[in-house]
Design a protein around this ligand. Sequence first.
Ligand SMILES: [Zn+2]
Length: 180
Amino acid sequence: MGKKRVFEIPFVGLKLGTHEFVYELDDKFFADKGTEDFLHPKVLVKLTLEKNTGFMILNFSVGGNAEVTCDRCGNPLNITLWDEFKMLVKLVENPEEMNEQEEDPDIFYISRNESLLTVENWLYEFSLLSVPMQKMCSPEEMGGPQCNKEVLQKLKEMEVKHQENNFNALWKGLDKFKEN
Ligand SMILES: [Zn+2]
């Protein structure tokens, strides 16, 4: 069985009704797709596929954890991924045209002649969308063991010193600090 096949669902052979699939996504899955700021991910996606005549409803439950960089202090930060996504897949005569016209990102069209549904890109996309918007140490952790106090202090000093300068200067200063 080829590697890619893992992410292909041969839905034609499925009975009408609900079917469950579980996908474990690791470092390699994300690295192959070019994500670098997502370290040691252990993502588990439970996919429920409800097959109907002419359409399918897909529910993706994303869970797991990964390491990202704290936006404030640059420390590695463990985050928990948890979110749910829904897709409506419709079987039509002219999927390309329909996909072009469709404005709802939760609706996708495939050909009536299609027998496989590839979920790889959705697994990737939904995993990344499950990352919290604010990737920062929580207020309780600020200055705590998770957060990098030295960097925070240095950032504060530089903010004062370079108030007139732009953001780039701040980061240049930070790089220098890191080299020490
Ligand atoms: Zn932090």
